[in-house]
Design a binder for this molecule. Structure first.
Ligand code: ZN
Length: 359
């Protein structure tokens, strides 16, 4: 009887043996800011004191702050440090210079400012001047591309064909880059989608033109992040709180090799899409403990094995998408480092009945 019992134990245990990969790379937590100040719209603002607390936290906790270009090289080469972060500031508001300059000088971190040349020309009083941007280059800034005019890039004009729409967007991107390069000398090809909105055609266009393109869904940037949809952590307003920001700065990139739905922009009828994530198995994390969050609900995925050391999570939203932008965040606890999480975020846009949505 004892022998039979032993055999049973072996037979039962075999299906649970996982062909685990022994190392999983770290990632880069990209912080995303807009305004610096306390008299600007709170939802897109960080105060000087909050920004200083973030910069100080990075210094005190042994983070290596990388430029986006160096981060890309080190992800590619597999030479990221254990803790890496990057700093990005969208829109080029004038307060970034007036409120931020002292901190940029003091900490001397590399950072990237994404600007809209056409808007700078139209309403100069709101934005930093080219001279100010040039002087920030002396304190670590890279000046990069946020399109000419900060529109909802996936929106088509009335009677515009898909080819015409794509050509118009190519011009939005390339004309902005030409002006930045002409004003400041050739800059690396880095693009931030206005409002973080993109579709597969835009992502493909940017990669084809040699850009790395940054979005606004959260998660650390790692080797599995698509070059046309790199995640960033919003760090303004309620997200400026260091207690929650800490967890994000320490998060690790979940190796998601494939995800569905393919486009963040849902058609009018897709109000409750099913998300499918194909993820590498690893002894570094506990996939069975993955939790996904949408709005205030916590969702446990359904799992299936797809072979080749991959598992597939099927995530059914428990409520309809809200109109406009939203995201599903999924976290998996590290099996090796207490308190660190592997993180993946899936962005959505649900259009209204006219195919539009608010800023
Ligand atoms: Zn913007």
């Amino acid at each position: 009887m004892r022998v039979v019992g032993l055999w049973l134990a072996i037979l039962v245990s075999v299906p649970f043996v996982v062909l685990a990969k022994s190392t999983v790379a770290t990632g880069v937590a990209i912080l995303q800011y807009h305004h610096i100040g306390d008299d600007t719209p709170r939802v897109t603002s960080v105060t000087v004191a909050e920004l200083e607390a973030h910069f100080e936290f990075l210094a005190e906790n042994n983070f290596t702050v990388l430029s986006l270009t160096e981060a890309a090289e080190r992800i590619e080469a597999g030479t990221l440090p254990e803790r890496a972060a990057a700093i990005t500031i969208d829109d080029g508001w004038r307060n970034v210079y007036s409120e931020g300059l002292e901190l940029f000088k003091k900490y001397n971190y590399p950072f990237t400012i994404f600007v809209n040349p056409k808007l700078m020309a139209e309403t100069p009083r709101l934005y930093m001047t080219w001279d100010q941007l040039e002087s920030l280059q002396n304190y670590g800034a890279t000046i990069a591309n946020h399109s000419q005019s900060h529109g909802h890039m996936t929106w088509r004009l009335e009677n515009e064909s898909e080819a015409e729409w794509l050509e118009r967007q190519r011009n939005e991107i390339l004309a902005a880059q030409a002006e930045i390069d002409q004003r400041l000398g050739q800059q690396p090809k880095l693009f931030a989608y206005p409002y973080g909105e993109y579709n597969p055609q835009l992502a493909e266009l940017l990669v084809e033109e040699g850009f790395l393109a940054f979005a606004q869904h959260s998660g650390p940037w790692g080797k599995y992040s698509p070059d046309g949809a790199i995640p960033r952590f919003p760090a303004s307003a309620q997200y400026a709180n260091l207690e929650t920001l800490k967890t994000k700065l320490l998060s690790l990139p979940l190796p998601v090799v494939q995800s569905k739905p393919e486009s963040m922009i849902q058609s009018g009828s897709e109000v409750r899409p099913t998300v499918e994530l194909t993820i590498e198995q690893s002894e570094q994390y506990r996939l069975s403990q993955m939790n996904c969050f949408y709005g205030s609900s916590v969702i446990q995925p359904q799992w299936s094995e797809v072979g080749d050391g991959l598992s597939r999570a099927t995530i059914e939203l428990s409520s309809d998408l809200t109109i406009g932008r939203s995201r599903l965040n999924c976290t998996v606890p590290s099996a090796k480092q207490n308190g660190r999480f592997y993180w993946y975020s899936h962005p959505f846009v649900r259009p209204d009945e006219n195919g539009r949505w608010p800023d």
